[in-house]
Design a binder for this molecule. Structure first.
Ligand code: RUB
Length: 332
């Protein structure tokens, strides 16, 4: 019989795929919570069936989004701690392990925030891209230290996660200037830092983050504005130690161009007036990569809960924390 994945795990996976749950750390947290839910709700009567169900749940979660390595890192962490000879013991150890992962995640964010805050001086202006809980933790800690900050927030097309950042910053009383992505270079002269998060960090110190981060980092270098990446160590991508590259997610083209917009372009353009469907051979292609790679030479500091690192030295930390084991304990 098929191993049983509890419905709540399927719902979490759907919410991650639909980006109702999004952002690398939040996805990792939700995935760990979902494994605990699987353990609680598993109908398994034997240890083998319990483990099969848990692996199937982990696979379901793993397959949602490919770029943020915090997701497989979370699954690995929980599955490695599953221990016991009976279903009851396995269940309890899974629940404990998920809870400790989630506590560590929160603790790491707070510690990282305190370290990142040391880079921010009273009166500084930060320029942000997308929405990152790790980046915002640095702002929050600086505010708690009594510094006042201002923010220039890039809208972040196509999904406008800049609005989430603006909402959080306004809740904290930080003055926010919201700009369209194309205005970033014009506003860099008014910024003291570019502050972003990461979905994955590669062994060479490359930063994989929301599409547009690399272009922002290049113009920041041109304008002499330092680029600060806030990323707890769960964002370190162990597979890159053995030469693997990080998969860049491509999302639905309708995020960029609705069916209606496509139809209007098509009808004003095509001699036969026919309406093209997304993906059809009508000469109009939309591409929607969700992330890009910023080379280490454009990054000034990677701020983690273990301290602040130049990107070139992140590999040492990666080896220490992950070794070179890149097993997939969720495999069938
Ligand atoms: C989110 C994004 C964030 C990182 C870091 O992309 O690129 O900068 O995930 O976030 P998406 P955090 O909206 O496509 O998930 O610091 O919260 O982990």
């Amino acid at each position: 019989a098929e191993p049983e994945v509890v419905p709540a795990v399927e719902s979490t996976a759907d919410a991650i795929a639909a980006m109702e749950i999004r952002g690398a750390a939040t996805i990792a947290d939700a995935a760990a919570a979902a494994l605990a839910t699987q353990a609680e709700g598993s109908p398994a009567e034997t240890p083998a069936a319990f483990r099969r169900g848990l692996r199937a749940a982990a696979r379901t979660l793993y397959e949602t989004r490919p770029t943020a390595v915090s997701l497989p890192n979370a699954l690995r962490y929980v599955l490695r701690g599953v221990d016991g000879d009976t279903v009851a013991e396995l269940r309890a150890s899974t629940i404990d392990r998920a809870a400790s992962f989630r506590r560590d995640l929160e603790h790491a964010r707070e510690t990282l925030g305190g370290i990142g805050a040391n880079r921010l001086r009273d009166g500084d202006v930060v320029l942000t891209h997308c929405h990152s809980t790790d980046a915002l933790a640095c702002v929050e800690a600086a505010l708690e230290d009594g510094k006042s900050l201002e923010a220039i927030v890039k809208e972040t097309r196509p999904r406008k996660q800049g609005h989430i950042t603006a909402t959080q910053l306004r809740e904290w009383g930080v003055p926010v200037t919201l700009i369209v992505d194309g205005a970033a270079r014009r506003y860099l002269d008014a910024a003291d830092h570019v502050l972003v998060g990461a979905d994955s960090i590669a062994a060479d110190g490359s930063v994989i983050n929301k599409i547009g981060t690399s272009g922002l980092a290049v113009v920041a270098r041109e304008r002499g504005v330092p680029v600060m990446v806030a990323a707890q160590t769960i964002k370190l991508h162990p597979d890159t130690l053995t030469g693997h590259t990080v998969a860049i997610e491509t999302r639905d083209e309708r995020e960029v161009l609705s069916d209606e917009e496509r139809a209007s372009i098509r009808s004003s353009d095509a001699p036969d007036g026919s309406v093209g469907e997304p993906g059809s051979e009508d000469g109009l292609t939309v591409e929607n990569p969700a992330f890009d790679v910023t080379p280490p030479r454009y990054v000034d500091a990677i701020v983690t809960e273990r301290g602040q690192f130049p990107p070139e030295s992140i590999v040492t930390l990666m080896r220490e924390l992950f070794g070179d084991t890149t097993d997939e304990p969720w495999a069938e």
